[in-house]
Design a protein around this ligand. Structure first.
Ligand SMILES: [Fe+2]
Length: 304
């Protein structure tokens, strides 16, 4: 009597796919690919993913590639709205209590922003929003001032558009780098951040629409703080009272990153700060942890 071969199961296919990467010479690539196989196969089995859904997924990824360009990075945006970016950020940037916490870099960072003086303004055009003075100190976790700290800052003006996606703005508008004083103090002028929509006309929008989620980011100013002998922190400051703090489209808000923006309207304050009212002030101390940055994040958007 002829023996019947056992049927090939999904588990057999997963095992064969895993073994096919055993010979990968780079151990990190091997680990990533095998884990991707394990989790993707489990995803397909758990959801009973259909052939048509798999094809649709491939078409969505194709569309993400097609809509991306120098100033638009749809795959990063998809990662952001799925919360993946913040999970990666959390796993790779754990900080002790009291330290300045990290948040998403976002897809609009541009390296090599122009330097501004201490107390200078990162907005290079007028009428970009209500002015805001952000100041504070860069401190080490033990409370001592950090020397030679550099802040790299970027945000949208009141129209909610980053300059590299908006031809009406001058190059590097609302972006700047600033060196803190020897005592760790820093201050710069910008405009009060506003909530802005992330692009919804591509695959990231499909994801949001599927859940009837809004596409607003809570108002924020991006900041990277680095100093010799300390871990570099990529993060954002948020505005207390902002309506989207609890539902930020990319899950970037952490309680410790929320700052009070105080409105000034009096003639006395105009004289004290040397600036016409109204304007806001916000105070925030960046508390760094001794050490080195774990790994340089290599990303910089271009200008459309
Ligand atoms: Fe942003």
């Amino acid at each position: 009597m002829q023996s019947v071969s056992p049927k090939t199961t999904a588990a057999d296919i997963t095992e064969a796919a895993l073994r096919s990467f055993d010979g990968a010479p780079n151990p990190r690539i091997k680990l990533l690919l095998q884990a991707a196989v394990r989790h993707l196969h489990a995803f397909a089995t758990e959801t009973n993913l259909t052939a048509n859904e798999l094809i649709e997924l491939a078409e969505i990824l194709t569309a993400a590639g097609q809509i991306s360009d120098a100033s638009r990075h749809e795959f990063l945006l998809m990662s952001d709205v799925m919360g993946l970016t913040m999970v990666v950020d959390y796993n790779t940037n754990k900080k002790p209590d009291g330290a300045f916490e990290s948040s998403v870099l976002g897809p609009f960072y541009r390296a090599d922003a122009p330097w501004i003086e201490l107390g200078g303004d990162i907005c290079r055009q007028s009428d970009m929003g209500t002015p805001a003075l952000i100041s504070g100190r860069v401190l080490s976790i033990d409370g001592s001032p950090v020397r030679d700290a550099v802040l790299d800052i970027w945000q949208t003006p009141a129209n909610g558009m980053y300059e590299n996606t908006d031809p009406s703005q001058v190059d590097f508008n609302c972006r700047g780098r600033l060196r803190a004083a020897d005592d760790g103090s820093y201050r710069f002028w910008t405009v009060k951040p506003v909530p802005y929509p992330i692009p919804k006309d591509g695959p990231a929008g499909l994801i949001l629409n599927a859940a009837k989620r809004h596409n607003m980011r809570a108002a924020h100013v991006h900041v990277i703080v680095e100093a010799p002998g300390h871990e570099k922190v990529i993060s954002e400051l948020f505005v207390n009272g902002d309506p989207y703090l609890g539902s930020d489209a990319v899950f970037g808000v952490k309680n410790s990153l929320i700052a009070n923006f105080v409105l000034h309207e009096s003639a006395d304050d105009a004289e004290k700060y040397g600036r016409p009212v109204p304007f806001f002030t916000a105070n925030y101390d960046f508390v760094l942890v001794p050490g080195e940055a774990p790994e340089e994040v290599k990303f910089s958007a271009g200008r459309a």
